[in-house]
Design a protein around this ligand. Sequence first.
Ligand code: C5P
Length: 232
Amino acid sequence: MSDPDSKIIVALDYSNEAQASDFINKVSPELCKLKVGKELFTTAGPQFVEKIVAKGFDVFLDLKFHDIPNTVMKACHAAAELGVWMANVHALGGQTMMQAAKEGVSHSSTKLIAVTVLTSMGQEDLKQIGIQTGIVQQVVNLAQLAKQSGLDGVVCSAKEVSLLRQSLSEDFLLVTPGIRPAGSASGDQKRVMTPADAMAAGSSYLVIGRPITQSDSPVKTLKQIVLTQKSV
Ligand code: C5P
């Protein structure tokens, strides 16, 4: 079952460190990578991130920076200093911001990816914020902009992976949330896919939160997903 580069990134969407630690103590870096998002980072702080990095986990710091270039560059530099494996920004911040973000991590091995369109958003949501471009075209445009800005990859829906691969090289990372094992609730995610289908489509890494963290047996569920994803 062990994999030196696990493809599963568990979203630690817990409200406090104790709950997150309870899960982390039952898993290993070979089984999964860990994603720390806004809620847990706000409550548990950078010391918590350093603690799980020290345990050997690849940590994706999912703070989706979106601000003026200088601020984002410094925030990305600070993220890299924590020793995280991956950090991210919103592609909607534009090319200058993404280039500055990349400069911020350039002294480190931290990978930097961009969020294209949140997987919780549909066409109607885009219209409401003034974006008339079709959702898929919007994802393609932003992914190409991220690539041109020197980023290592993008966050996107698994439904967009095969299309993106047509215009982006194999080494460009496609990190896909909105993953739902067959039979689990989609919640607020609108563009979902099963783990096996997402891997078959060409996702580089799968981000999975609630199907694991809200399961009655989170570790058992994670191990089942690892097995199904490997059988692809
Ligand atoms: O619980 P669920 O599997 O939907 O969690 C998905 C995780 O991926 C959440 O932490 C969410 O913030 C994150 N994410 C996302 N869509 C993006 C980028 C990140 O759902 N475009």
